[in-house]
Design a protein around this ligand. Structure first.
Ligand code: ADP
Ligand code: MG
Length: 261
């Protein structure tokens, strides 16, 4: 069974076709990048899949469920996680406590603010931190972490719910090129090990070409190209869309020359 099957998905805002007849599939263990200029409809696609927006029309099938129009919490319970879902209390807790909180949330336990989670599920939380290379920072406050390390903690938090699908809308925004590549290499490794499908957006073409198995290019809400890095790199329409956006579109893949729009 296909993990995620999106068919003829559409959404308009005041007559503007933000997402227009978009279809794609994603399997577990694969990374699919949704790319395109600003305003192309990438975030609108994400927000329909995670339940924040209701599609005007179209089908979103996730692990056998029709999830289009379902509430975000119910979609999350089925196994769809996204990064950038850190709590308002994130900075007031340690790295370890934040991951323990995410584990609590999975169990639907009531957690009272200011009550320390102490040793609850400490081993499991530490194992998640180990996965993302953050166990040595477990007892530090999240408020003092470097930016790239916050992203790793976010990834550990997203993994706490054992997701089948991970949605990452611009996960590397604000990161240096090398950090971007490290975060996506880590994500790719975990996705393969745990058979998680990853849908992500990313401005750096170098990062996309290095880590995505498949790319979908959106322009004005429509899919203009779909394929692997090689096919997308050589696609005339894609080149045309990217001209003038300031994004680097070099056919060479380098781990250090990430460019951003
Ligand atoms: P991207 O993430 O690719 O930059 P978006 O999905 O955010 O693009 O936006 C696609 C289009 O939809 C843009 O024209 C944007 O202005 C419009 N749009 C997005 N969200 C809303 C909204 N909540 N209300 C009105 N227009 C919106
Ligand atoms: Mg966006």
């Amino acid at each position: 069974m296909t993990l995620l099957a999106v068919a003829q998905l559409s959404k308009s805002f005041d007559g503007v076709h933000a997402v227009d007849d978009v279809s794609f599939d994603l399997e577990g263990g694969r990374l699919l990048a949704l790319i395109g200029p600003n305003g192309a409809g990438k975030s609108t696609c994400f927000n329909m899949i995670n339940g924040q927006l209701k599609p005007d029309s179209g089908v979103i099938r996730f692990a056998g469920h029709d999830i289009a129009g379902m509430r975000p919490r119910d979609i999350w319970r089925l196994g769809v996680a996204r990064t950038f879902q850190i709590a308002a209390t994130f900075n007031s807790m340690t790295v370890l406590e934040n991951v323990q909180m995410a584990l609590l949330s999975r169990e639907r336990r009531v957690y009272r603010l200011f009550q320390r989670v102490a040793s609850w599920r400490e081993d499991e939380a530490m194992a998640l931190l180990d996965l993302v290379g953050m166990s040595m920072h477990a007892h530090r406050s999240c408020a003092v972490l470097a930016y790239g390390d916050v992203k790793r903690v976010e990834l550990a938090i997203a993994l706490a719910n054992h997701p089948k699908l991970l949605l990452m809308d611009e996960p590397t925004a604000g990161m240096a090129p090398q950090e971007r590549n490290e975060l996506m290499a880590l994500t790719a490794r975990l996705a393969k090990e745990r058979n998680i499908g990853v849908l992500f957006t990313e401005h750096s073409m170098d990062v996309v070409f290095s880590h995505a198995d498949t790319l979908i290019v959106l322009a004005r809400g429509r899919v203009i190209a779909q394929g692997d890095a090689q096919a997308i790199r050589n696609d005339a329409r894609v080149r045309e869309v990217y001209l003038g956006t300031g994004a680097s579109f070099s056919p060479r893949v380098s781990s250090r020359a990430g460019a951003s729009t």
